[in-house]
Ligand binder design. Structure first.
Ligand code: BTN
Length: 333
C-alpha cells in the first residue's frame, strides 16, 4: 500500500494530490492513507499536507527502502516485490534462501549494508553501509542452463543504461560484466544458479553499484571508484536500483524469448571498453600462477553466446571463461 501511495504522490510531480484522489489511486480508505503517510514520514519521507489541497511529496530519504523502490518501477515490470534490509550478510545469500523457499521470479532483495558481501571467484565484496546499491534478483528462467552466463551480460547493460539515465555519466563495460567509469570499476555482478543438467531451479543475479562512496580501502583504490567520485554528484540510490531492475526486466524478457544474445550484440559491443583493444586472457585462477595460462589478442566484441571473440596469433578464439584483462588501457589492469 505504501508503494501505491508513493507512486501516486510521485506522479503528481511535486504538486498536491487530494486525499480523495490518493485514496482512489492507492485503492485504500482515507484513514489508511493518513496512517501510511504517518509511517512514511517516520521513515524519513517529507510529505506536506495542506487542508483542501491534499498531500505533496517534498523529498525521500537517502535509503534503499522497499516501498520506495517498488513505487519507482513501472507497473507491468517483472519485479513486483522488493524486500529491504538495513543490514544482511549478503543480498545474494538472502535471495537464494528465499528462492529455496519457493519465492517467485522477480523478487528483489536490497540492503544498506552487507556483512559478508560476495564477489566473483569466491572473493569478498567490500560493502560500506549507506553509500552503495546492494541488490539481488530472484529469477526462474525457463531455458537451458547454458544460456545463464548471457543473463549476467544483460545485467551489466541494464546498469549502464540506468546510470546513463540518472546522471548522464558514460560508463562502459569490461567483459563480461564489470561496469567501469573513469577507467575504474563502479559495479560488479555475481550470478549464482541452482540447477540440474537441463533444468534450472533458480538463478540469483546480484549487483553491487558503487554510487556515493567517498573513498575506498587502500588496496582497492587503484581499480575501484564510485559514481560520486567520478561525477562530483551524489546519486539517488533508490532511483538507480529501480531503473536497473526495470531495464534488466526488459532485456531479460527479450532474451528468454530469443534464447540468444543476438538482439543485444551491437548495443553491448558499442559499450565494450575492450573493443578493438589488446587484451590479455588469463585462463584459470589469477592467484594461482602455476595453473594459469595467458594469451593476448585483439578483442572483436561478443558473439551471440556472450563469448568474447579475440584475434590471437593462433587464430580467432571465443573466450567463454577465464578472465580478460586489458593492458595499458585503464588503471585496474
Ligand atoms: C564481482 O566480483 O565483481 C561481483 C560483485 C557482486 C557484488 C554484489 S553486491 C550485491 C550482491 N550480494 C553479494 O553478496 N554480492 C552481490
Amino acid at each position: 500500500m505504501k508503494s501505491e501511495i508513493l507512486r501516486a504522490l510521485r506522479e503528481a510531480n511535486g504538486n498536491f494530490i487530494s486525499g480523495q484522489a490518493l485514496c482512489e489511486k492507492a485503492g485504500v480508505t482515507r484513514q489508511a492513507v493518513w496512517k501510511n503517510v504517518g509511517q512514511l514520514r517516520e521513515c524519513g519521507f517529507i510529505i506536506e499536507s495542506v487542508p483542501n489541497k491534499g498531500y505533496s511529496l517534498v523529498s525521500s530519504p537517502d535509503k534503499l527502502y522497499a516501498a520506495d523502490i517498488e513505487s519507482r518501477i513501472k507497473p507491468g515490470s517483472f519485479c513486483r516485490k522488493v524486500e529491504s534490509y538495513d543490514i544482511t550478510d549478503s543480498t545474494n545469500t538472502r535471495a537464494k534462501q528465499l528462492a529455496e523457499l519457493g519465492e517467485e521470479e522477480g523478487t528483489l532483495v536490497v540492503a544498506e549494508e552487507q556483512t559478508a558481501g560476495k564477489g566473483r571467484r569466491g572473493r569478498h565484496w567490500e560493502s560500506e553501509p549507506g553509500t552503495s546499491v546492494y541488490m539481488s534478483m530472484v529469477l526462474r528462467p525457463e531455458t537451458s542452463p547454458v544460456h545463464i552466463p548471457g543473463i549476467t551480460l544483460l545485467a551489466a547493460l541494464a546498469v549502464v543504461k540506468a546510470i546513463r539515465n540518472v546522471c548522464n555519466a558514460q560508463p562502459l563495460i569490461k567483459w563480461p560484466n564489470d561496469v567501469v567509469l573513469g577507467k575504474k570499476k563502479i559495479c560488479g555482478i555475481l550470478t549464482e544458479m541452482s540447477s540440474e543438467l537441463s533444468y534450472i531451479n533458480y538463478v540469483v543475479v546480484g549487483i553491487g553499484i558503487n554510487a556515493n562512496n567517498r573513498c575506498f580501502p587502500e588496496e582497492l583504490k587503484y581499480k575501484a571508484t564510485s559514481i560520486y567520485l567520478e561525477t562530483g554528484h551524489k546519486q539517488d540510490r533508490a532511483q538507480l536500483a529501480a531503473l536497473a531492475v526495470q531495464y534488466f526486466g526488459e532485456y531479460y524478457k527479450k532474451f528468454i524469448k530469443a534464447e540468444s544474445l543476438e538482439p543485444f550484440i551491437s548495443e553491448y559491443n558499442s559499450l565494450l571498453i575492450n573493443m578493438g583493444k589488446e587484451v590479455e586472457i588469463l585462463y584459470g585462477m589469477q592467484e594461482n600462477a602455476d595453473k594459469s595460462r595467458t594469451e593476448t589478442g585483439i578483442a572483436r566484441g561478443i558473439n551471440s553466446d556472450g563469448a568474447l571473440v579475440v584475434d590471437t596469433k593462433h587464430g580467432t578464439e571465443c573466450v567463454v571463461s577465464g578472465e580478460v584483462s586489458v593492458r595499458g588501457v585503464y588503471g585496474y589492469v
